[in-house]
Design a protein around this ligand. Structure first.
Ligand SMILES: Cc1ncc(COP(=O)(O)O)c(C=O)c1O
Length: 404
């Protein structure tokens, strides 16, 4: 009989957790295990230079890049040959939007959603406006926080659909496969923002049906940079601005200037770390790294589900606390407000107690406005793989002290 993979104890792997802070700020960037920091430092002192095959230094540098592409491929269930690294998801999205928009004309339509972080909205809106294309909005239910039926926005003139795999504000996990299917049926490309899903569930680019998937390793134990993954054949059809002497090969032609090799070593270390999150006795011995990533993220999902129930029940029981949205399928990211206490005050109050739960719209500006929270948003408590019962109880005690 097989058992579901179980998360192993991991808190001691994170030096920052020894400071005693309860971190609910993971959706803005996770804490980092020592192995990842060591890998970044190790790469910087290992003897790196430019990439090539002529010297050991060049080969070492080449290997750092190839290893990171393979790691990112394993993280996303994507072809390493179509993995592009950039400074951030935002930068990669602006760059690709500019490139794709060269093929758009008046009458073409671009679909963006009100559930998305602005990094998957504004680059497309700006690019569409410049090309004279029309922007169509995929709306959400302002009470539940669920995304509308994609048929309400996707039509025969749609060229691109940008959608999130999970809301970084309220945690909604929409039916991405239904959205990408609707896009494919009209011949449109789909661009899926997996930044907020990657830390909470195994992501499979193929199962999502996405043409392009993007994520940010710093949300799951890695360094600050962005990753874009697409089938190499799709990237071959696109021609971004590039320097004349730089290679025209895919995926390199999408990467401007010299890559941050030390951070790429950190990406590989982060994926290796994620692959080892499940208790060894709870997974079969002979698995590929990709299979171990999937098993580990299953273990993370179950751990976070249990904590989420504790958090939601606890907050719901407090007078004056309002939970925002009630998505059926969600990440453990909870948005709430406290009657009589503006978000920044709750944030500061909790911060003084060593509980990090920031307030704002977290750049999910359209979502915040659609939910009736204006640009202020509310307080966000995001669980992570390293979150504990004790963290949750400290947050609940902190909020309870405000409303009592
Ligand atoms: C859902 C989501 N998408 C995109 C981004 C932007 O990522 P980056 O900081 O890599 O540009 C974020 C960052 O918070 C996010 O949460």
């Amino acid at each position: 009989m097989s058992h579901a993979p179980v998360l192993r104890p991991i808190r001691d792997d994170f030096p920052a957790l020894s400071l005693g802070v309860a971190h609910f700020d993971g959706p803005g960037g996770s804490q980092v295990p020592r192995a990842v920091a060591d890998a970044v430092a190790g790469a910087m002192t290992a003897g790196l230079g430019q990439r090539g095959s002529g010297t050991a230094t060049e080969r070492r540098t080449q290997a750092v890049v190839a290893d990171a592409r393979a790691a990112a491929g394993d993280l996303l269930g994507a072809d390493p040959g179509g993995v592009v690294f950039g400074r951030s998801m935002t930068q990669l999205t602006f760059d690709l939007a500019r490139t794709l928009a060269r093929g758009w004309a008046p009458g073409d339509e671009v679909v963006v959603s009100r559930l998305d972080h602005d990094a998957n909205v504004r680059p497309w809106v700006i690019a569409a406006e410049r090309a004279g294309a029309t922007v169509r909005w995929l709306d959400l239910d302002p009470v539940t926080g669920e995304l509308d039926d994609p048929a309400t926005a996707i039509g025969p003139r749609t060229r691109l659909v940008a959608v999130t795999a999970a809301s970084n504000l309220i945690g909604t996990r929409p039916d991405v496969a239904a959205v990408t299917r609707a896009a494919r049926e009209v011949g449109a490309l789909s661009y899926v923002d997996a930044v907020h899903l990657v830390p909470h569930a195994a992501v499979d680019a193929t199962a999502l049906g996405a043409d392009v998937v993007v994520c940010s390793p710093y949300k799951l134990f890695g360094p600050h940079l962005g990753v874009l993954a697409a089938p190499p054949a799709l990237l071959e059809r696109l021609h971004p601005d590039k320097l004349l002497p730089s290679t025209d090969a895919v995926p390199e032609r999408f990467e401007l200037g010299t890559l941050p090799y030390e951070l790429l070593a950190g990406v590989t270390a982060a994926v290796d770390y994620v692959a080892g999150l499940a208790e060894a006795s709870s997974v079969p011995a002979e698995l590929t790294r990709r299979e171990r990533v999937v098993a580990s993220m299953g273990a993370v999902e179950r751990h976070e589900e249990t904590l989420l129930a504790r958090l939601l029940d606890g907050l719901a029981a407090l007078p004056g606390v309002t939970l925002v949205g009630s998505p059926a399928h969600r990440t453990p990211t909870v948005l709430f407000s406290v009657a009589g206490h503006p978000g920044p005050r709750v944030h500061a109050h909790l911060g003084a107690l060593g509980v990090n739960a920031p307030a704002g719209n977290f750049y999910a500006l359209e979502t915040s406005r659609r939910l009736g929270l204006g640009d202020e948003g509310a307080v966000r408590a995001g669980l992570a793989a390293y979150s504990s019962d004790d963290d949750v109880d400290r947050l609940l005690a902190g909020v309870s002290a405000l409303v009592r």
